[in-house]
Write a protein that binds this ligand. Structure first.
Ligand code: DON
Length: 335
């Protein structure tokens, strides 16, 4: 059976539901912050040395509904580098350019079950790239950015991510310089992909683009708006701008669900039941399709590189806001 074949000429019925009333969302977001703010587990990432300076007590949560309503608490204004949370949004832009089938062919969409910067995964998966949520697939995605020059390609990525956020996102020069000086492993990944014919531009150019995209500065509000755009069929609910097609959003969310939390993606889906994406600087973005985006920030991470407080707060909110995509309850009998 050709699993990739489309069902032509059929209208898709989309049914997602709504967030609870505003007052309930506001008070649950505040409660999530109160519950977990004292949690001091986890280690702040320092393999990119500048990240190690982040104060461990910073903690913020923000929900943005598809109506554009925003509910935030804590250190909402604190800016940090987006890191791996850039990956689903760059994938969305590339998928929009190439179409979902070509993007799947070039980047893969299956989970690797390995850490985010695994070289073993490149050796052992038939696609080599794995998927666009791990470094190999994300570097390959950056190598597909359209443009005649490195500057044009960067403009495509920076502008595109800004359209998701609803404002221009700026590069953090310190993070960019620091990661550029300490990304030998990613350079190795790019060369390995090149050797397999699975990188689509000059390797150094791809690494530079990828390193830049990871160094864009965001706060939890930006991430929540970015998530809400994916939740809203590709239209930014704050600016009203269409960033990508609804069909692209569904593909991006599918890859986030299977691979967004790396080797803990199964654990995450088991508890939280939503597509999400984490980053080593301490952010997590989670999407409730048709309802909104949820973003958290707290720098201390678990062993897989996922924010400890962020996972706890997201789990609480998924349960209490009724977001889990797999949850149902019996319908009262009609007989
Ligand atoms: O490539 C890296 O190692 C970083 N720029 C991003 C890694 C990352 O955020 C993975 N997150 N859990």
């Amino acid at each position: 059976m050709d699993m990739h074949q489309r069902v032509e000429g059929e209208e898709h019925i989309i049914s997602t539901g709504h967030l609870p009333p505003a007052e309930a969302v506001r008070s649950l977001v505040a409660e999530a912050h109160r519950r977990y703010r004292a949690n001091d587990e986890g280690l702040v990432a320092d393999y990119i040395p500048v990240l190690g300076q982040t104060p461990r007590e910073l903690f913020a949560i923000c929900v943005v509904a598809v109506t554009g309503a925003r509910y935030g608490v804590g250190d909402e204004q604190h800016e940090f580098s987006i890191q791996s949370i850039s990956k689903p949004f760059v994938f969305a832009l590339i998928c929009q350019q190439l179409g979902p089938d070509r993007a799947r062919e070039l980047l893969g969409v299956d989970a690797t079950g390995h850490p985010f910067n695994s070289v073993m995964a490149i050796e052992s998966t038939p696609t080599r790239t794995g998927n666009p949520m791990v470094n190999a697939g994300a570097i390959a995605a950056a190598s597909l950015a359209p443009g005649d020059s490195a500057g044009d390609k960067w403009e495509f990525i920076q502008q595109g991510l800004g359209r998701f956020a609803g404002r221009r996102l700026e590069l953090d020069p310190e993070v960019y310089a620091c990661e550029s000086a300490s990304n030998a492993r990613n350079q190795g990944i790019a060369r390995l992909l090149e050797s397999y014919g699975r990188l689509y531009s000059d390797p150094l150019q791809a690494i530079d683009l990828y390193t830049r995209q990871c160094a864009l500065r965001v706060n939890v509000r930006d991430l929540a708006v970015m998530g809400a755009t994916l939740a809203d069929g590709g239209v930014n609910p704050v600016t009203g701008e269409r960033v990508v097609d609804a069909a692209i959003c569904a593909r991006v969310l599918a890859v986030m669900a299977t691979a967004g939390l790396y080797e803990h993606s199964g654990e995450w889906l088991y508890d939280i039941g939503l597509p999400g994406k984490s980053g080593v600087s301490g952010g997590i973005v989670t999407i409730a399709p048709g309802k909104g985006g949820l973003a958290t920030f707290a720098a201390p991470l678990d062993a897989a590189g996922n924010s400890v407080r962020g996972q706890l707060a997201t789990r609480f909110l998924s349960e209490r806001l009724g977001l889990n995509l797999f949850a149902s309850k019996p319908e009262p009998p009609s007989y």
